[in-house]
Design a protein around this ligand. Sequence first.
Ligand code: PLP
Length: 416
Amino acid sequence: MSFLARVEGELRLDGMPLADVAREFGTPCYVYSRSAIESAYREFDQGLGGVDHLVCYAVKASSNLAILDALARLGAGFDIVSGGELARVLAAGGSAERVIFSGVGKSEAEMRTALAAGIKCFNVESEPELERLDALAGAMGLSAPVSLRINPDVDARTHPYISTGLAGNKFGIPHGRALEAYARAARLSNLRITGIGCHIGSQILETAPLDEALERVMELVAALAGEGIALAHVDLGGGLGIRYRDEVAPDIRGYCERLARRFAGSGFQLLLEPGRAIVGSAGVLLTRVEYLKLDKAKRFAVVDASMSELLRPALYESWHDIVPVEPSRAAPATYDVVGPVCESADVLGVDRSLAIREGDLLAILSAGAYGMAMASNYNSRPRPPEVIIDRGRALQVRARETIASLHVLERRLPDA
Ligand SMILES: *Cc1c(COP(=O)(O)O)cnc(C)c1O
């Protein structure tokens, strides 16, 4: 089930010719398929259909209001990591009761806002955070719902920068400290213990580490029950990977159905926090070839997108397929596809065989997750627009930033 297809040589997303999108909105430009996002969400939601569950989309993967809106309309929950993300979810029509708040550095202001909004729970990542949350909730006359994020010390077997479940990572409460941390939470009178969770990493391709983490968490659930601490939910985090190159992505539906069987009759609500698996394959970044530089030891295709639009290749040396949007009569040759930013790391693809000429359009695939969300203004580049293909229409859901907007918050020095 691919939403990307070639019709008479021209690349279409959800039936919409991407060349038309580039003509209307310019390049670089992010384009997403609403149906692709919705159908990925439904794989989770329907796979877990046999058990009480909430699929909490990890907002940080791609946080445009239109994407959050589409998911909120399907009944999704949201996993947030900042006050800014909470504001986005609410602005997009999401409801606070379906929001869970992760992250190792929640500020007092963020906690107060989330308490006042009435979120489903705080995924607490340390014991000092328990103390802070208890004090703030007490001052507000509220009881804070908490779930502890346990670091199960499981190797997700993914890139070290996106591995979060090992003892050496900054995330979560160490497995060995979990029972003490729960006992401490239980003594704090303004906290209400609701669950337990983990999140071991991202772009996970085998489900074995996820299963291992689940069993580690369930051991704790049993031990906690023995101590009289009953939980309402178990949160297994996100992290399921997608195909970027030739990986075999895990079967989401099958994984969820297995979980549903495991939890059937358990009385627990099951939570997942997928980000990449929902939006990653649903988006592309359109870019135009500015120059072909053929006088170096390597051949370079300099395009108008860069690491400031798509950081993943520079940050993790990650692979994205790069394909022409329209057929070309040019002869194929091998290029490094690079952007205009003044960094040698500004490479979008190495040694790509492409039949291209200057002015041709390219699509960088699988760019829906951690693409626009990580875009920056480095080199004073306005961030690109975002367009969503929705029932045959191309809707611009974020305008291209203007150059003037880039320094609107800045001031020159006073004269004297
Ligand atoms: C980033 C993150 C996710 C989502 O990860 P994906 O790999 O995009 O599914 C889920 N939960 C937490 C706590 C995260 O930090």
